[in-house]
Design a protein around this ligand. Structure first.
Ligand SMILES: [Zn+2]
Ligand SMILES: [Zn+2]
Length: 164
């Protein structure tokens, strides 16, 4: 089931482990439909890693962070790893304007240094009907009273500051 970096046919099981086909699961979001929840976005990002969809990984990151991403590193990690599976443990939605969410998951893959298992709690924010991943490795350093980089129109301290 796990892809080895090639593109599986689209009626294969979705790489995110949902038991659905790629076409009826993450493939819809890769094709442009907005992921309805932070978990759906997170799953589709994992699937994008297994499929080498670097553009998708960039455009689903907080817009203000996109220019700070290392596309080449993303591509090398994506294509240079054998993706072994995803397990989503928990989603916590924090309602508000905008809504934020935490998704706790474990991703497994194999790279040149061996089999890797990484458990992470990732933050997401909704903006204009789309969910975005807040990448903790891209430091934006806004002031507490500056407009939030998620474009919510709120001050950073009242919006995403707890998620960086
Ligand atoms: Zn999926
Ligand atoms: Zn924000």
């Amino acid at each position: 089931m796990a892809s080895t970096g090639g593109n599986p046919v689209n009626n294969s099981t979705c790489p995110c482990g949902s038991q659905l086909t790629l076409n009826t699961c993450c493939g819809r979001y890769h094709a442009g439909t907005a992921a309805p929840t932070a978990e759906a976005l997170m799953r589709s990002r994992y699937s994008a890693y297994t499929l080498g969809l670097v553009d998708y990984l960039v455009t689903t990151t907080l817009p203000a962070q996109q220019s700070g991403l290392d596309r080449e590193a993303i591509q090398n990690w994506s294509l240079g790893s054998t993706w072994l599976g995803l397990e989503v443990e928990d989603t916590a939605l924090i309602e508000g304007a905008p809504a934020h969410a935490w998704v706790t998951f474990t991703a497994q893959w194999q790279d040149i240094s061996g089999k890797q298992s990484h458990r992470e709690r990732s933050a997401f924010v909704e903006h204009q009907g789309r969910w975005y991943f807040i990448d903790p490795t891209v430091d934006l350093k806004p002031g507490r009273n500056d407009p939030c980089p998620c474009s919510s129109g709120q001050k950073f301290k009242k919006c995403c500051s707890a998620f960086f």
